[in-house]
Design a protein around this ligand. Structure first.
Ligand code: HAM
Length: 428
């Protein structure tokens, strides 16, 4: 029996990969304009990083990590997200000591979560994320939000909803935490085992429970907004006023808590409307995580970032029929007839490619008709035909496949002729 692909993973084949490259290019370009620099971190880390960073009461840590022991007996984990690793790299490499501050980083790479696979929920998925470390200015919260919204806009996505909330500072959170415990405690036996477990460890996460979301105590739970300190309130208002100034629409949702432990102050998600999209409507999540760098052993450093999955961006583009067509066309197909011409063809494609022209030839001993068909399938813009007769007089026939126009060109001039054609074609 053929070996199957693991559940929750996918092959991205030619034909689809062009969409990925296009999206990745948009991300690179946007990060360049916003002055975020790429960082590449390992795909596995010491398990402890995620226990401390993501939080040991989160679903990610409790249920979803790919954790294994290596041959040296160390516990390692395939990264379920990027923030903990980037923060670890920031500390390990003392990026806080560099002259350029804040440290503004981005990453694109696979993450691994042992989740129940469904539409838009995979076990290996690719996140594009940014992290800005070293600034507690609400303007940088606005910058991160502007970047992500602009990213989707430049992809051509519509009907996006930016939902923001403030989780407050430590004092606000502690006061809110106590209120939540008092609220749920008398009836906690009516909640699922996970929530019972969360009551003392992390009551905020009860609000995020999918099983108990319809319980009447959920609707009446104390809101974080009633417990925000004056500073937290002022911070959140400033973020909102920047968004308004930038004309970025948003809604405030006091129940948005996020599934990772490291957040405080600004938390946000980007959702997309649309039935065609199925169950998954959250495209992106992020927020501020002042305190995470210290948790990982670094100096006191504020931070904020987001991550979004490219798979979900593509699904949203498909649902909105906004995925652009990417016609991969090659410049030139070299058709040869006869043994001597075939040998010459090997040299010709080599020379054309060296000159920056995309070129292909036949490797299946196809007849002329078959070779022309192959050229057609590759959407070749020009075909170069080289038969015994042409070879004898040192010429090739070059045909523009769009106009049908044909020219005889000296073999020795072919590369420069094709360069001119290709460059001319690209200009128009
Ligand atoms: P997160 O909400 O766990 O946050 O994930 C962010 C995004 O990753 C989600 O909105 C979704 O697009 C995508 N995602 C998560 N799980 C899956 C999955 N199983 N399949 C497909 N896509 C998925 C974080 O990961 C934080 N590190 C975000 C962040 C960065 N916060 C601050 N900086």
């Amino acid at each position: 029996m053929a070996i199957q692909i693991p559940r929750g993973t996918q092959d991205i084949l030619p034909g689809d990969v062009e969409t990925w490259q296009w999206i990745e290019q948009k991300a690179y370009d946007l990060c360049r304009r916003y002055n975020y620099q790429e960082i590449r971190v390992p795909m596995f880390e010491h398990t402890e990083l995620f226990l401390r960073g993501v939080g040991d009461t989160t679903d990610i840590v409790q249920k979803e990590m790919y954790t294994f022991e290596d041959r040296g007996g160390r516990s390692l984990t395939l990264r379920p997200e990027g923030t903990a690793s980037v923060t670890r790299a920031y500390v390990s490499n003392k990026l806080y000591g560099q002259a350029n501050q804040p440290t503004k980083l981005f990453y694109i790479g696979p993450m691994f979560r042992y989740e129940r696979p469904q539409s838009g929920r995979m076990r290996q998925f690719v996140q594009f994320g940014v992290e800005a470390l070293g600034s507690a200015d609400p303007a940088i919260d606005a910058e991160v939000l502007a970047l992500v919204m602009r990213f989707y806009e430049e992809l051509g996505l519509k009907n996006l909803k930016l939902v923001i909330n403030s989780l407050g500072d430590t004092d606000s959170r502690l006061a809110h935490r106590e209120a939540l415990v008092n609220h749920f405690k008398p009836r906690i036996h009516e909640f699922c085992n996970d929530c019972q477990d969360r009551l003392e460890k992390n009551p905020l996460r009860i609000l995020d429970c999918k099983k108990d979301r319809d319980h009447e105590l959920m609707g009446t739970a104390p809101s974080i907004h009633d417990y925000l300190s004056t500073e937290s309130k002022a911070y959140f208002e400033k973020v909102q006023s920047y968004l308004t100034a930038l004309n970025i629409p948003f809604v405030v949702d006091a129940t948005l808590v996020r599934g990772l432990d490291y957040y405080n102050h600004t938390a946000f998600e980007v959702m997309v409307d649309g039935e065609a999209f199925g169950a998954i409507t959250t495209l992106c999540g992020g927020g501020r995580y002042n305190g995470l760098v210290e948790e990982i052993g670094g100096p006191e450093t504020p931070g904020i970032g987001f991550a979004l999955s490219i798979e979900r961006a593509i699904m949203a583009l498909e649902a909105q029929q906004a995925k652009p067509a990417h016609n991969q066309a090659i410049d030139c197909y070299v058709v040869t007839l006869g043994e001597a011409a075939k040998d010459k063809g090997v040299e010709l494609v080599y020379q054309l490619r060296n000159a920056g022209i995309s070129a292909e030839k036949d490797y299946l001993d196809r007849k002329m008709k078959g070779q022309l068909k192959a050229a057609d399938r590759l959407h070749a813009k020009w075909t170069v035909i080289l038969g015994e007769d042409e070879l004898a007089v040192g010429k090739v026939n070059v045909k523009n496949m769009e106009t049908g126009e044909q020219t005889d060109v000296a073999l020795t001039d072919l590369v420069s002729h094709m360069k001119q054609q290709v460059e001319g074609g690209n200009e128009s």
